[in-house]
Design a protein around this ligand. Structure first.
Ligand code: SAM
Length: 303
């Protein structure tokens, strides 16, 4: 029998769905589902649009014995973002144990192939073929974050393609590799050696499987080594982790960057840009390039 999951359900004001989804993922949710909007492309309504009301959000966590402990942790994380989401009630969590079949396949219908520069990024269950001048990147995110359809990943992919079009980095570091999508993109675009790290064992397993799928496993080193302990310096460092985590890791991220290398910081809500700039600007001689998509920002520094 397939393992069960712990489902957490909460009501979220429409404009907060993306942020709460991100928080649940950060707290270990393997998948997040809304009834009417998919997680990865939710666009908050414009201020002049009528409020479309609360959305029901389901987060799926590997089954836990003590669901109260999970709820306490989630409430604490939600209390942190509640000031950004008027109307969010972090106390209001419903818990249910569910079988895998209840949700595991449903989300797949939302992930469609898309293009960034020369890359055609395609989920494994889709058939679209690359044009002659395109490179296919196949991805099965499994239980890891990173289909490419989240704005934070897309911003990284766009920055990465632009950097490779100027001067292909030889050595790349992908901090918080998730499904391995960015690490694999770097390898497919020509990087000689790519290190990807994550704090989640499952992410490393999924990323390795995706590396094999794309036949780049020999140039990829995917592991659970904490950033501080990874040896060497890199021509390109990518970090699609939350703003606060980027700030916490500012010193080791900078240390891992080779001279003239590029540092791509993502997972940053637009209102958190000043916080990230405050930590990173003093470490660089030049200001960062700012890329924006939906309510997410990406900062690109040059060493
Ligand atoms: C938003 S996902 C990004 C996945 C993928 N790189 C992408 O761009 O789609 C963030 C990932 O970072 C991992 N993570 C969070 N903090 C981390 C840290 N300090 N070191 C390594 N990985 C971390 C999480 O487990 C998660 O897989």
């Amino acid at each position: 029998m397939k393992p069960p999951w712990t489902e957490i359900t909460l009501q979220v004001p429409a404009a907060g769905v993306d942020l709460v989804s991100y928080v649940l993922t950060d707290q270990g949710a393997a998948g997040v589902v809304t009834a009417v909007h998919k997680l990865d492309t939710f666009i908050p309504p414009a201020p002049d649009q009528p409020d479309i009301g609360d959305q029901t959000l389901h987060g799926y966590f590997p089954a836990v014995d003590n669901s109260e402990e999970l709820c306490v942790r989630l409430r604490a994380a939600l209390v942190d973002v509640a000031p950004l989401i008027p109307g969010l009630n972090p106390g209001d969590l419903l818990v249910r144990q569910v079988a895998e079949d209840d949700w595991a396949e449903n989300w797949k219908q939302h992930f469609k192939p898309f293009r960034v520069g020369p890359l055609l990024i395609r989920p494994t269950w889709e058939q679209e073929q690359p044009a002659a001048d395109e490179t296919l990147l196949q991805i099965d995110p499994g239980m890891a974050f990173g289909t490419g359809s989240h704005a934070t990943t897309r911003l990284c992919l766009e920055a990465l393609v632009a950097i490779f079009s100027r001067k292909p980095p030889r050595r790349v570091l992908d901090v918080g590799t998730g499904s391995g999508i960015l690490a694999i993109a770097a390898a497919l675009l020509g990087a000689g050696h790519v290190v990807g790290c994550d704090i989640e064992e499952e992410a490393c397993r999924v990323a390795k499987a995706n590396a094999v799928l794309n036949r780049v496993e020999e140039r990829l080193d995917l592991n659970l080594t904490p950033l501080e302990k990874i040896p060497g310096r890199f021509d390109l460092v990518l970090a699609n982790i939350l703003a606060e985590e980027n700030v916490r890791l500012s010193a080791p991220l900078r240390r891992h960057l080779a001279d003239e290398g590029s540092l791509v910081l993502s997972g940053i809500l637009e209102e958190k840009v000043p916080l990230v700039r405050e930590a990173f600007d003093p470490l660089f001689n030049r200001p960062a390039q700012l890329l924006l998509q939906e309510e997410w920002a990406c900062l690109v520094y040059r060493g």
